[in-house]
Each structure stands twice: as C-alpha cells, then as structure tokens.
Design a protein around this ligand. Structure first.
Ligand SMILES: [Fe+2]
Length: 261
C-alpha cells in the first residue's frame, strides 16, 4: 500500500512503520482501514503542529506520535479479531509495549521517547492525568488529531466495523436520556452507560467536548463528517431528539471557534 502525505524528513520512521505493518495481511480491509487512518492522523497532526507554531523538532515528534499511535491495532486484530478494547486488550498499552520491543523509537533521546510513549499510552483514555507541560501538549494534540479522523471513519462505509451499527439498525432507536443529558452538560459519552446503537453514535458527537484546539474543531466542522450518518437516516422516533442534540453540539462548536481556544 502506498503511504500518502509523506513527510520526507521522517522517511526512516515511515519505512519502519511500513516494514512493521507489512507483517500483517494488507488485503484485510480492517488492516487497511488502520493504515489509512494512521496516514490521515499524521497529516492532521502536522497541520495542527504548524498552526501551533511548533519548532521543527517538536513537529517531528508530533508526526512520529501520530505515525505510531495505533501501532497496537494490528496485533490486537491478529490476536483477537476485533478492535473493541474491552473485549480484547487496550490497544494503546499494547502499542507502547510493541514500540519498546521493536525499538521503533530508538532514534529519539530518552526524554523525547518517554514523551511520545506517554502520549500514545494516553491517546484513548477517558481523561488525562496530571502531566508536565510538554507531554500534556503532545497528548492533547494526538487526542485531537485522532478524533478528527475518527469522524471520517464514522461517516464512511466502515461505519459498521467502527460501531457495529448500520443506518437501518438505528433508524427506529432513540438516544437514552442519560446519554442526552451528558451531551447537554458538554461531557463525553461514558462508554459503559450506552444502551442503544444511537447511544454509540452519540459517542462521536461527544468528542467535540474533549477537543483541545480550535484548529482541529475548525477542521472537523469544515469536513462535516460528524453529521453525515445522521443526515443519511430518516429516524422514525428520534428525529426531534437528534435535531436538538446536533443543534446543541453545533452551538458549542461555533462558540469554541469564536473564542478561538
Ligand atoms: Fe487509537
């Protein structure tokens, strides 16, 4: 598979990524999905790093964090046949273990390596713990870039594999009251509280409340992927509820963009 949007400067890391991924079945759609996702997140991360005015070195570190953030996904899929962490393994923790075992970050100094590993380990956690300023910035960046591309996956034909739902399976459902309340309180959806397929869809809208940079919010709004699945369904029971929730999320998006933070 051709790696798009190469950052030439990072060619040795890209070659290492390609070599590692080449050990897996690239004819499998699920493997390809994660390769494409990785490349998109790399591009988003670089855009974000530029917009934040980071130094060349910090831009490299940001790029490599994106390149390796989901490295655990391939082994997770091979071992367990699923991307669902709670049914298998925490893919971020597995990724950190693989990066160490394979020595994929050996080109970086100890402090840089630690920072990249910490950001990767935390990219999928519900919230961030206390961190030093530089690690916090990197962790926030990868979380935003990742979410931004997950909107694309949510809107694509990969919707089923990303959510175990389809456009027709959710059309007669509603959003659970507790999940709607979380969104109106501008909180991310707590995964264990989800009851319906539509609750799972709400997880993606909840991402906006955990986005750290107006740049990624701006990109996500412009791309518009976050609302595409909703626009593709004629909900029999939840249409008003969906309209209300989308309006609230979009009000929040515009407010964040106006504040520019
Ligand atoms: Fe991930």
């Amino acid at each position: 598979m051709r790696l798009t949007r190469l950052r030439w400067k990072m060619r040795s890391e890209l070659a290492e990524f390609q070599e590692y991924v080449g050990r897996y079945d690239l004819t499998d759609d699920k493997v390809r999905l994660k390769v494409v996702h990785t490349m998109k997140v790399c591009a988003l991360m670089d855009e974000l790093a530029q917009s934040l005015g980071l130094s060349e070195r910090e831009r490299d570190i940001a790029y490599v964090t994106a390149l390796f953030h989901d490295i655990g996904r391939f082994e997770q899929l091979r071992r367990y046949g699923t991307f669902v962490d709670y049914q298998s393994v925490d893919h971020a923790d597995l990724g950190v273990q693989i990066l160490k075992e394979e020595g994929l970050l050996d080109g970086f100094g100890d402090e840089e390596k630690e920072r990249i590993l910490t950001a990767i380990a935390l990219h999928n956690k519900y919230e961030l713990p206390m961190l030093d300023e530089k690690t916090l910035l990197l962790a926030r960046m990868i979380r935003d870039a990742d979410k931004c591309d997950i909107f694309r996956v949510f809107a694509s034909k990969d919707l089923t594999s990303a959510t175990s739902t389809t456009l027709s399976s959710v059309q007669d459902e509603v959003v659970s009251a507790e999940i709607e309340r979380m969104l109106f309180e501008h909180r991310c959806v707590e995964k264990e509280k989800r009851k319906t397929g539509l609750d799972v869809w709400m997880t993606f809208l909840g991402f906006f409340f955990d986005m750290n940079f107006s740049e990624t919010i701006r990109i996500a709004k412009k791309q518009g992927y976050y609302r595409q699945p909703f626009d593709g369904v004629a909900f029999t029971r939840a249409q008003e509820q969906i309209d209300r929730i989308l309006a609230e999320v979009e009000r929040y998006i515009d407010e964040r963009l106006q504040e520019n933070v």
